[in-house]
Design a protein around this ligand. Structure first.
Ligand code: URC
Length: 301
C-alpha cells in the first residue's frame, strides 16, 4: 500500500525580460521566475485524470502575460500578483509558491539621446520567494553572490587546538565572503499595507554592507551576527534573516625563497584560495520570532 505525499508542480526558470520604453530611454527588468502550485492534485497522480491540472505551459504563459499587462514593479510584487492569480483563479489550487531571481542591468551612458544599452551588473542576484495559502502571505527576500572583502580589521586566534591543528593565529588577515542571505518580512496579512519592496531591499543591502565594513572582526561568525542584527534592529519590517557566508580564504604567499619579505606595512601578497572554504551559517531572529527560513539556502531561489 502506498499513499501520495506532498506534491507540487509548475514551470521552473521562466526567463522573462521586460523592456519599458520611455521615448529613447528604455528600462529593463530581467527575472527568472519559478512557479510551484499545489492543492487537490491526487487524481492526476493516482488515476491520470488531468481535470484539475492547469498546464505548466499555461503557468509559463501567465508569467509573460502578467509582465506585459501589469509590468514588473518589483520581484516581490510580481510574485504576489502571480501567486494570488493561481490560488484565487483555480479551485483546485490551494497554494502557490513563486520563486524569483532578478538580474541587475546597469545603463551604459552614451553621448546622444538614446539610452538603451546596458551592461549586466557583475554584482549580486536579488531573490524573492512569495508563498500564499489563500489567507496568509509569506515573503522571503534575499541576495546571493555579493562578494565583500575587508583588507584589515580581522583577527582569528584563541581557538581550540588539537593534534591536527596547523592554522597559525593571526592578528591581521583578509576577511572576504560571498554573501548568501534570505530575510523574512513580517508582512503576512493583506489588510496591512505591503512594504515598498525595492526600498526594503536597498535598505537591507545597505545594512549588510555597513555591518560588514564596520565590524572589527574576531571571526566570520561574529561578523555574520553583526550583519544579521543590523538588519533586524533597523526597523520592524524584518523578523528573521539567515546568512550563509563562505570564508574566502586569502593566505599570505611565502616569498622568502625570492628574498622578498611579505606582510610588510605597505602591503602584502595573498593567495586567494577557492576551495576548500570555511562555511559559516546562522539565523538571526527578532526576540520571540519563530524561525521559518529553511536552514539550507541552496534549495531556495
Ligand atoms: O572566522 C573564522 N571562523 C572559523 O571558525 C574559522 N576556522 C578557520 O580555520 N578559520 C576561521 N575563521
Amino acid at each position: 500500500m502506498t499513499v501520495l505525499g506532498q506534491n507540487q508542480y509548475g514551470k521552473s526558470e521562466v526567463r522573462v525580460l521586460k523592456v519599458t520604453r520611455d521615448g529613447a530611454t528604455h528600462h529593463v527588468k530581467d527575472l527568472n521566475v519559478s512557479v510551484a502550485l499545489s492543492g487537490d492534485m491526487d487524481e492526476v497522480h493516482l488515476s491520470g485524470s488531468n481535470a484539475h491540472v492547469l498546464p505548466t505551459d499555461t503557468t509559463k504563459n501567465t508569467v509573460f502575460a502578467f509582465a506585459k499587462e501589469h509590468g514588473i514593479a518589483s520581484a516581490e510584487s510580481f510574485g504576489i500578483l502571480l501567486a494570488r492569480h493561481f490560488v484565487t483563479g483555480q479551485e483546485a489550487v490551494t497554494s502557490a509558491r513563486i520563486r524569483i531571481e532578478e538580474y541587475a542591468w546597469q545603463r551604459i551612458d552614451t553621448p546622444g539621446e538614446d539610452r538603451h544599452s546596458f551592461a549586466r551588473e557583475n554584482q549580486e542576484t536579488r531573490t524573492a520567494q512569495v508563498t500564499f495559502d489563500g489567507s496568509g502571505w509569506s515573503v522571503l527576500s534575499g541576495l546571493k553572490d555579493l562578494v565583500l572583502m575587508n583588507t584589515t580589521d580581522s583577527e582569528f586566534h584563541g581557538y581550540v587546538k588539537d593534534r591536527y591543528t596547523t592554522l597559525p593565529e593571526t592578528r591581521d588577515r583578509i576577511l572576504a565572503t560571498e554573501v548568501n542571505a534570505r530575510w523574512r518580512h513580517a508582512w503576512c496579512d493583506e489588510a496591512e499595507p505591503a512594504p515598498d519592496w525595492d526600498d526594503s531591499y536597498r535598505r537591507t543591502r545597505a545594512h549588510l554592507l555597513a555591518a560588514f565594513a564596520g565590524t572589527y572582526s574576531f571571526s566570520l561568525q561574529q561578523t555574520l551576527y553583526a550583519m544579521g542584527a543590523a538588519v533586524i534592529d533597523s526597523g520592524p519590517g524584518i523578523d528573521e534573516i539567515r546568512l550563509s557566508l563562505p570564508n574566502k580564504h586569502h593566505f599570505l604567499v611565502d616569498l622568502d625563497p625570492f628574498g622578498l619579505k611579505n606582510d610588510t606595512p605597505d602591503g602584502a601578497v595573498y593567495f586567494a584560495a577557492d576551495r576548500p572554504y570555511g562555511l559559516i551559517e546562522a539565523t538571526v531572529l527578532r526576540d520571540g520570532a519563530e524561525p521559518a527560513i529553511p536552514v539550507d539556502l541552496t534549495n531556495l531561489p
